[in-house]
Write a protein that binds this ligand. Sequence first.
Ligand SMILES: Nc1ncnc2c1ncn2[C@@H]1O[C@H](COP(=O)(O)OP(=O)(O)OP(=O)(O)O)[C@@H](O)[C@H]1O
Ligand SMILES: [Mg+2]
Length: 504
Amino acid sequence: MIAEMTTLLSVRGAVKQFAGVRALDSVDLDVIAGEVHCLLGQNGAGKSTLIKVLAGAHEPDSGELLLDGRPVRIPDPRAALDLGIVTIYQELDVVPGLRVYENVFLGHELARAGWEQRRRMRAATTDALVRLGHPEIAPDAELGDLSPAGQQVVCMARALLREARLVVMDEPSAALASHEVANLFRVIGELTAAGIAVIYITHRLAEIRQIGDRVTVLKDGRTVSHGLDINATSDETLVRLMTGRDVANTFPPRRVVAENAPELLRVERLNRAGSFADVSFSIRAGEIVGLAGLVGSGRSEILGSIYGAIHPDSGEVTLDGQPLRPGDPAMAVRRGLGLAPEERKSQALLLDQAVYRNLSLASLERFATAGVMNRRREMTEAVAKIQSLGVRPTEPRQSIRQLSGGNQQKVVVGRWLVRECRVLLLDEPTRGVDVGARADLYALIRQLADTGVGILLVSSEIPEVLGLADRVLIVRQGRVIAECAADETDEEQVLSLLMKGSAL
Ligand SMILES: Nc1ncnc2c1ncn2[C@@H]1O[C@H](COP(=O)(O)OP(=O)(O)OP(=O)(O)O)[C@@H](O)[C@H]1O
Ligand SMILES: [Mg+2]
């Protein structure tokens, strides 16, 4: 349907070399006005680097950019905006301490804006937020008080008001619950109907089918397939193009948890006003328990309270029959509890440290003898985990900041595999992880359970919870409202339980 339309933007032979890595090694891309062009590729394939080139954050070493058929240079972010290219990054570039409308107009001459100008900015922000289906977000609210989904909506408002011709979105759905994704798709539909092109990056093939027109696949910094018609391309083909192999789309087989398997973790009537109430459940050795719920339903707070990072108002958590002191994560970790949190940048990673140190961070005492670090052992263990998780690049001394989003995520989970916990709490462990690596991660998590570790899994992707967990707890508005064996329910049933009573 778009075959006859005009090419808006072309990338020809783009190359970008970082120290030691050729992130882009001759990339071609053609984007047509009004289409949703999906960009697909494994973690580290070069997707984010490519869109940073379009956003003026990186200048390519060589290659050509054409807009409306004419060569252009995009030396800085200002130039990208002037050309009508607006980017919504994988890690949102918002300022939590500023107000919503200030974030929308970030980069404009905000500091010198007078009262009347600010009034117009507020009004324009309100209009954009209403158009995006979020009238409840106040232009004067402090951005840091919004949920991740709300913050993303603010970024979209920015795109709307910039009179974009091309909106680039790097994994916009990764932090969203399913009903928020539906809203995002509605907004994308609005943009394309107005002739705006969208470049959409995701690791979820189902989304590509839902909103994509064409797809370009990157592998190791090269375009391996160029502007494929999505309707004429199977998932298997896409996965093979991305990974160069066939990936089994199945979850690792479950083992029946023995009747007499010891109970490792028990949570009893845990309460925290405003977050969750009366949460009770237990996990036995070798069991994977999933928490299914919408974003904001209190799942992460429950995890945080078990771990000790958040202080509950009342209730008790016991590990191996012994109570854990509330609000004492150091004790929890000593006793064998681990938590891989969802916000990798702010909660988990030491960005300026090497990959190996980020992996060993929770286990330093394992590698120390009489207070002296055994660097060789630390390194050996790190190399093994880099291998089993498929972290790329494989150099353990590389700074973690330079890894792609999905590869950083593997390290966050890997840290607790190094630690050898009794009970592991995983919050959105596959966020941003590509399909091939996901299958590997699922297998690792199941292997861990098979060695007797108890696992509590939070994921916004219901099929993931149902596929990986043995037992599923349904959490709505901070309460566990149902519990079932994962193989005795399905996505539809879970969704209807989750949505019941909500306004959507
Ligand atoms: N500033 C940098 N310095 C060094 N290497 C970098 C830098 N930024 C990216 N890289 C490397 O470039 C390659 C491509 O990374 P990029 O972030 O573009 O991948 P991606 O396709 O977006 O992956 P993901 O799906 O994990 O987000 C990776 O090997 C990454 O480690
Ligand atoms: Mg990326």
